[in-house]
Design a protein around this ligand. Sequence first.
Ligand code: GLN
Length: 201
Amino acid sequence: MSDIVIGVLALQGDVREHLVALAAAGAVARPVRRPEELAEVDGLVLPGGESTTISKLAVLFGLMEPLRARVQGGMPVYGTCAGMILLADKILDPRSGQETVGGVDMIVRRNAFGRQNESFEAAVEVRGVEGGPVHGVFIRAPWVESAGAGAEVIAEHDGHIVAVRQGNALATSFHPELTGDHRVHGLFVDMARGYKAAGPL
Ligand code: GLN
């Protein structure tokens, strides 16, 4: 039994792991590939993967503008890793043709922690997540070079910002969907429930 429907943008990346984590956190989880599917969800996860590929596919599938419109309209959205990059208002080092959905007042640096073989795991304390640090899995992860006044920094690692919240948008450099610990997805599902309960303005 669940009253909340959360989509996972399913163009590329670790979609299945997010669907599992969202279901474990109490949501009805569905893949989203088309604008009509986007229109039906109460919230959306932008998964990890490759941000340039996801952005190009979003344009190709006619999803970029609808995504921007829904995020600007206040739809709860959670981006992990490549998904964090997609939520940034600005990328420090974009590849050519790389667009973002935007919505979070931050500048991100792609691959900031190094190459694929420098991927690592670390305990990360996340504000708003009870019960001790989460296990952060960083895979060619970005960090937030700077967060604007509207964005609340909720986690740091080694002096770098790795999680941010702004209104209904949440972004992490790391991948909670890969750990079996569903507390961050739980936080997001709670955000989406709160938004839905408040109803249309
Ligand atoms: N480095 C990737 C990018 O730039 C993100 C990696 C990830 O999502 N694990 O999109």
